[in-house]
Design a protein. Structure first.
Length: 322
């Protein structure tokens, strides 16, 4: 297939480019580098099956030639308010990527009679009152809270995708992505894994908010990409959760990070200064992915961390150190 991937220079988008090119497809990447990095796709620039356009998906999209698939992954995604690239600090751009960007990419799919895949998120469930979260759960989202620019952009994007499917018979798919990690992720992302892993590698006490009873589940990027590819090649139109259902407390996670990195600095417990509406529990129900796609994650947390640590060391200037 010839496949358009928006957000191609991002963490997930760049890994998808790699996988689809390896599978023999032709990939057209698109990114405006607001949050994506040229470094993530530099190794692809000499590949004759990869073409790149610097473009903002909020504007009209024209790509010459026939497309067989469109994957919309362009959006700020970091919840770190200290980062200038977080959706907290790019609120309008985030909502435009979810609304106008989804509209424009759906238009490309419609014009090309191409299959369309939307990158949605577990954040559409908000601070969930149901656990674990299945695709049938409508969520608990504050539409005017500080996280709403991301949550509601994705919820609107899902609604628009289904409207195009029902009204125009566009061949759509929706993946709801849960916490994912691996090489090329932003060290300033603001999520638990990059925060704690960076601290541990620098020999600092890892920060645990409150008593650390908050839970998360962590999916290695290769597993996530496999699930996305299976969904793309399936005939499923309703949303599908892709993530790792193994739930652990952040206290357990901090202990694991310190053990694997050999960090002797321990942990620093601080008052719970979490962002407003930061969910206390997050765990996907992947029954649909198992049933429809025959998919479940294969890489456990310890293995995934060992695959991720060299990238973090390189970015921190620790390459060559034990």
């Amino acid at each position: 297939m010839r496949i358009l991937i928006t957000g191609a220079a991002g963490f997930l988008g760049s890994h998808l480019c790699d996988r689809l090119l390896a599978d023999g497809h032709e990939v057209v990447g698109m990114d405006n580098f607001v949050t994506g990095s040229r470094d993530n796709i530099a190794h692809l620039m000499g590949n004759d099956k990869f073409t790149f356009y610097k473009h903002d998906v909020s504007n009209y999209i024209f790509v010459p030639g026939k497309m067989e698939a469109v994957l919309h992954f362009a959006s700020p995604a970091s919840p770190n308010p200290q980062s200038p690239y977080a959706y907290f600090n790019l609120p309008i751009q985030t909502m435009k990527a979810g609304a106008l960007g989804t509209h424009n990419t759906l238009g490309v799919a419609k014009a090309n009679h191409a299959r369309f895949l939307l990158a949605s998120t577990s954040e559409i469930y908000g601070d969930p009152l149901v656990h674990p979260q299945a695709e049938t759960y409508a969520g608990n989202v504050d539409p005017v809270g500080p996280r709403a620019v991301y949550d509601e952009a994705k919820r609107f994007a899902e609604s628009l995708t289904m409207a195009y499917h029902r009204q125009h018979n566009v061949d759509t798919r929706i993946v709801r992505i849960f916490n994912t990690y691996g090489p090329r992720m932003d060290l300033e992302d603001g999520r638990a894994l990059p925060n704690l892993l960076k601290q541990a590698l620098l020999g600092q006490p890892v920060t645990v908010y409150g008593d650390g009873s908050q839970t998360r589940s962590f999916c290695y990027v290769d597993d996530l990409v496999e699930g996305i590819v299976r969904l793309l090649l399936s005939n499923e139109h309703m949303p599908v959760n892709i993530g790792n259902p193994v739930e652990m407390s952040l206290l357990q996670f901090a202990e694991t990070i310190n053990r694997i990195t050999g960090n002797q600095a321990g942990m620093a417990f601080v008052a719970d200064a979490r962002s407003a509406r930061d969910p206390q529990r997050r765990q996907p129900d992947i029954t649909r992915a198992r049933t429809i796609l025959g998919w479940e994650p294969k890489v456990n947390l310890e293995e995934g961390l060992h695959k991720t640590i060299p990238y973090f060391k390189e970015k921190l200037g620790l390459t060559g150190l034990k």
